[in-house]
Design a protein around this ligand. Sequence first.
Ligand SMILES: [Zn+2]
Length: 138
Amino acid sequence: MKYFKIEEIVDRETFETLGEDAWQLFNTDALIALDGLREFLNTSITVNDWSRGGSMQWRGYRSNKCPIGATKSQHRLGNAFDCTIKGYTAAEARSVILAHQDDPLLKRITRMEDKVSWLHFDLMELPPNKERIYLFQA
Ligand SMILES: [Zn+2]
């Protein structure tokens, strides 16, 4: 990836156990989508911050040690990210992404979680009635 280090998208234990091999826990297209979003918005994006002394470590990949979130969450498949985006509220980010959803940098994104204060996006397979990015509520 161009813009992210592995410790920004996995938890501490996964990083300490697997190191750079942890890249393999992700869907490659999800990694490309995260870099693409970063490039499209041209501002800094925070997923996890534990490696910089923060408390967030479950906003990228969620291992089976993760106590939060749904068991079928796309995070557990390495296919989802929760992002804080400098200069944008989550609602603003969702609006901009929807307005430019066919941009090559954004085209891999299929879903965003609505009505939450972070930007959750993932690449879950589109259901038959959806053609492009759609919003869901947990
Ligand atoms: Zn999420």
